[in-house]
Design a protein around this ligand. Structure first.
Ligand code: ATP
Ligand code: MG
Length: 321
């Protein structure tokens, strides 16, 4: 396992106002017993509502924050004790912070990072060429970072995080605030990086399209605890969200048929559109049976909505539906 986490906790002591003069010390369990195993090459979505403990977890995995309890290993290293060594083996993009030199042209930051990490010139040039190409850096690489738009800067940050060839890439909301095109560029880039196979990626995001497009495995946390660890399909199965078949008919049927493995969800007022939720049957079986009952004009299969299921997951107070 390239990442191994057992019983990870982080408590913050906050001083809250209690009455006019008194201040009370209160303990917030930001991360409350997280277990996590990630294999090399996985692309993991680490998601959850605001304040769930995602950033706090990532900070502990990257050695920025000392855990209150638990055992963490990233690339076999204890992140806080071996922070410098770990830094050579991981890449980090935290949406709010920058690793770029603000007043220098973006391209100079890349060159400086090459020296910081002592990357051989050929390896550096190869990685940089790939990023320039996939992220379209050339049009703004000559400009000082402080003049870049958010989307341009994020593309620079992604590049900066990858130039030393890290084994694990930690991304905390890398697409926050980006427009549609920049988001898609970042997504395609990450998908490509994942396909290439040797970088493990841990991604925190509130963007459901990021999740659908990129994450085979989702770890959902809420109030510092893992409430789901598995595929998106498993999440849909757990919350009973189903694929649907929508069929338009040439003429209404006398009575819409009950079909095995499908639940009739709705019939349009004119009787020409039937919607079935698939509860076991395949879309093909449902369509074949309906075609036997009447003439079909059109049909479509609707995938379950990730937004729906994530919304329900966040709404459930303990994460249990
Ligand atoms: N330095 C700190 N001092 C006190 N409390 C903190 C500190 N950092 C985080 N917290 C608290 O810990 C909890 C988890 O915060 P965290 O930033 O990890 O959430 P998050 O899942 O990243 O949320 P978001 O989606 O909003 O980024 C929150 O209640 C937050 O207020
Ligand atoms: Mg956060």
């Amino acid at each position: 396992m390239i990442i191994s986490v057992r019983g990870l906790r982080k408590d913050f002591t906050v001083r809250a106002k209690a009455g006019r003069f008194r201040r009370e010390r209160r303990v917030v369990s930001a991360v409350d017993g997280v277990d996590l195993e990630v294999e090399r090459g996985e692309l993991l979505g680490y998601i959850g509502p605001n304040g769930a403990g995602k950033s706090t977890t990532l900070k502990m995995l990257t050695g920025v924050l000392v855990p209150s309890a638990g055992r963490v290993r990233v690339c076999g290293l204890e992140p806080v004790a071996r922070r410098t060594r770990l830094a050579r083996r991981i890449g980090v993009v935290f949406g709010q912070r920058s690793q770029l030199w603000w007043d220098l042209p973006l391209a100079d930051s890349f060159e400086l990072l090459r020296h910081v990490y002592r990357v051989p010139a050929a390896a550096h040039a190869g990685r940089l060429a790939r990023c320039r190409d996939l992220l379209g850096l050339d049009e703004f690489a000559g400009r000082p970072v402080r003049q870049l738009s958010l989307g341009q800067r994020m593309r620079g940050e992604l590049t900066a995080a990858l130039l030393h060839g890290p084994e694990v890439l930690f991304l905390d909301e890398p697409t926050i605030g980006l427009d549609l095109v920049s988001k898609q560029a970042a997504r395609s880039f990450l998908a490509e990086l994942h396909r290439a196979g040797d970088t493990t990626i841990v991604l925190t995001t509130h963007d459901l399209a990021d999740i659908e497009r990129l994450c085979e495995r989702l770890v959902v946390i809420d109030h510092g605890r893992v409430v789901h660890d598995g595929s998106i399909e498993a999440l849909h199965a757990r919350y009973g969200s189903r694929r649907r078949v929508v069929v338009d008919l040439e003429a209404p049927l006398a009575g819409p048929p009950e079909l095995p493995g499908a639940r009739l969800e709705s019939v349009a007022a004119d009787g020409l559109r039937l919607t079935y939720a698939l509860t076991g049957a395949t879309a093909g079986e449902v369509v074949a049976r309906l075609a036997g009952a009447g003439e079909l004009r059109d049909l479509s299969v609707v995938e379950p909505d990730i937004e729906d299921v994530v919304g329900r997951l966040y709404a459930a107070p303990t994460g249990v539906p």
